[in-house]
Design a protein around this ligand. Structure first.
Ligand code: GZL
Length: 363
């Protein structure tokens, strides 16, 4: 039971005996895991999908070996290198898209700059790659560039984060369902509160990811929906930490200077969570006092669940390379390709962290 949350009926007793309690951080919450442990940390996680025949979506381009070198040249327009998730995602592409698997990789790093990324895709088109995979920094303003790729006859796949564009501008999407990830995290908190008879206000510090990315929009929407459902939940601070550890620490430091009460941190990725924990430590605050909700599932974050710092991680699988490669091969062979395929993802808490750390990605 986290020190900063009190339960109904035992409030007075707990207040007296709290100092004597062992620091049992997540207590019996493990049984509140609200999702069956998913295997999403492996790159072969099953996925849910809504099948739409390519032709029906008004998109008929498929990958072809146009230069006859016996390989499919993939141009990968990556977000940047902002987080442990991103590093693992990039590595999964560099490991998979090699000649022995029938591919050649051309890699572009947008350094988290949405405008640069649009130029990156135009450069890949100019280089004549045979298929493009776009992991978009943010989800808007892409129609012209996608149309240029279509006009050039280069099939385009969207991965990791979705786009707000019509179906006839891309071949398929593969990645996480970010709203579902947020709903998974919210459900875990609701179950924790019920199971531990927590009363009193739930004061939430909300560290948002890169604004305008569907990772941030989906995870933030889940919290917005929860606030509408629970009148005693309140966001006492909301800032973007841009999915980086440094910025996450910086925004948490500025919040702590306000000396406001809080008992939950809802942090939209592990790297910002690390920064927030460092900020609490540097300010002389007990980082194990609040409930900490994080996203992704880096190995070091799973270890922090085991050590009682993080209470729950909503999984987000970065190991997309092999599954994107499989979709490309199926499309090339003329098979029906689902328009959307989501990774199946659950939550990691004290109940399954010891098992999950065995296959957790990254360091
Ligand atoms: C999610 C991905 C997000 C991760 C962050 O699919 O786009 O971007 O949650 C990463 O760690 O920076």
């Amino acid at each position: 039971m986290k020190k900063s949350l009190v339960t109904a009926g035992l409030t007075a007793l707990l207040a007296i005996s709290m100092t004597a309690c062992s620091n049992n951080t997540t207590g019996t919450t493990g049984s509140t895991t609200t999702q069956p442990p998913a295997s999403s940390s492996s790159s072969t996680a099953p996925a849910s999908s809504s099948s739409t025949k390519a032709a029906a979506s008004g998109y008929s381009l498929v990958p072809k070996d146009t230069n006859g070198d016996g390989l499919i040249t993939l141009g990968f327009a990556q977000v940047g290198a902002e987080s442990g998730w991103r590093t693992a995602n990039t590595q999964s592409y560099k490991d998979y898209f090699v000649e022995k698997n029938g591919f050649k990789l051309v890699f572009a790093d947008a350094n988290q700059d949405a405008d640069k990324q649009k130029q990156d895709v135009r450069d890949l088109i100019a280089q004549g790659v045979e298929v493009i995979d776009l992991a978009p920094v943010t989800d808007s303003g892409w129609e012209p560039v996608l149309q240029e790729a279509k006009n050039a006859g280069i099939p385009l796949i969207v991965s990791d984060r979705q786009l707000s564009v019509s179906d006839d501008l891309y071949l398929t999407y593969f990645g996480g369902n970010m709203k579902q990830e947020g709903d998974n995290a919210v459900k875990w908190l609701e179950d924790y509160i019920a199971k531990n008879n927590v009363t009193g206000p739930i004061n939430i510090v909300h560290l948002q990811g890169t604004m305008g990315s569907t990772a941030q929009k989906g995870r933030s929407q889940a919290l917005t929906d929860a606030l509408a459902k629970h009148s005693d939940w309140k966001v006492v601070y909301e800032q973007t930490g841009e999915f980086t550890q440094a910025k996450g620490q910086e925004v948490m430091e500025s919040f702590l200077q306000q000396n406001k009460d809080f008992n939950v941190i809802y942090s939209e990725n592990d790297d910002m969570t690390y920064g927030a924990i460092d900020a609490m430590k540097n300010a002389g605050k007990d980082p194990k006092a609040p409930i900490i909700i994080s996203f992704d599932g880096n190995k070091s974050a799973v270890q922090m669940v085991i050590d009682g710092y993080i209470d729950v991680i909503a999984e987000c699988n970065p190991l997309l390379g092999p599954q994107v490669g499989d979709l490309i091969k199926k499309a090339k062979a003329g098979e029906t390709i689902p328009k959307i395929t989501y990774s199946v993802e659950g939550v990691i808490d004290s109940a399954n962290a010891a098992e999950k750390i065995k296959t957790a990605f990254g360091s």
